[in-house]
Design a protein around this ligand. Structure first.
Ligand SMILES: Nc1nc2c(ncn2[C@@H]2O[C@H](COP(=O)(O)OP(=O)(O)O[C@H]3O[C@H](CO)[C@@H](O)[C@H](O)[C@@H]3O)[C@@H](O)[C@H]2O)c(=O)[nH]1
Ligand SMILES: [Mg+2]
Length: 202
């Protein structure tokens, strides 16, 4: 499947010559051929880009109890790259699908953790793997309390997500970064944001 795409952005010195779909099995792996101008000389290059859409993630925190809510789930790509159990402790997150980032993260929060949060705050956006993955991730934080727990969470049964919900002290979560028990970039970024901005009033 080949799609030609002759575009030169007014804002940049890049002209896309061709986009080839190498795989569209689950998400989309593209090979993009382009011209780029550097110091007056135009170079032709190609780069592969894995397009799985964009995503959103959230840190749920309870400053009175001193706890945060995280998840634990099996991540095959980590299993084939050094994570012996394949399980990863992560902040709740999901792909946007057709939603805007805020609606997405409210839906994912309820599906994965069982909490129906009220006020959520957008803190920043970040490309998580800019040399190979197109995804931009939208980061949020929200306070939660026990009254907001509406289901057990755990993720969608028909997608076999099997997500374990963890409610742990914020200080323990921070310590788990040092011990290597937390090795997920978005989760580390959210926990460090909470520490830097004193969200827990410690
Ligand atoms: N059948 C099948 N299912 C897949 C495949 N790849 C992913 N899935 C499933 O698709 C679902 C996606 O769930 P979401 O909760 O929407 O996304 P996520 O995987 O949690 O993604 C979040 O975390 C990622 C890793 O940090 C982020 O990259 C992403 O933006 C998002 O925040 C999961 O059940 C996952 O197992 C695949 O190749 N085949
Ligand atoms: Mg998820």
């Amino acid at each position: 499947m080949i799609k030609n795409n002759q575009k030169r952005s007014k804002m940049s010195n890049v002209k896309i010559l061709d986009t080839e779909i190498l795989s569209d099995n689950w998400y989309i792996l593209k090979k993009v051929t382009f011209e780029i101008e550097h110091k007056g000389i135009t170079h032709k290059q190609n780069r592969e880009a894995y397009d799985r859409g964009n995503g959103a993630t959230i840190l749920l925190y309870n400053k009175h109890a001193g706890n945060v809510v995280l998840t634990r789930q099996f991540r095959m790509p980590t299993y084939i790259n050094g994570n012996t159990s394949g399980y990863l402790v992560e902040a709740c997150a999901g792909l946007l699908d057709a939603d805007n980032p805020e609606d997405c993260i409210r839906r994912e929060t309820e599906e994965e953790t069982g909490f129906k949060v009220t006020h959520i705050e957008k803190i920043f956006e970040a490309y998580m793997s800019p040399g190979s993955v197109t995804e931009i991730l939208h980061f949020f934080v929200a306070e939660y309390n026990n009254e907001m727990k509406v289901t057990d969470g755990g993720g969608l049964i028909d997608e076999q997500e099997n997500i374990e919900v963890l409610e742990i002290p914020f200080n323990s979560a921070l310590a788990m970064i040092q011990t290597g028990e937390i090795k997920d970039a978005k989760t580390i970024m959210l926990l460090q944001y909470a520490a830097l901005n004193n969200l827990m009033n410690l």
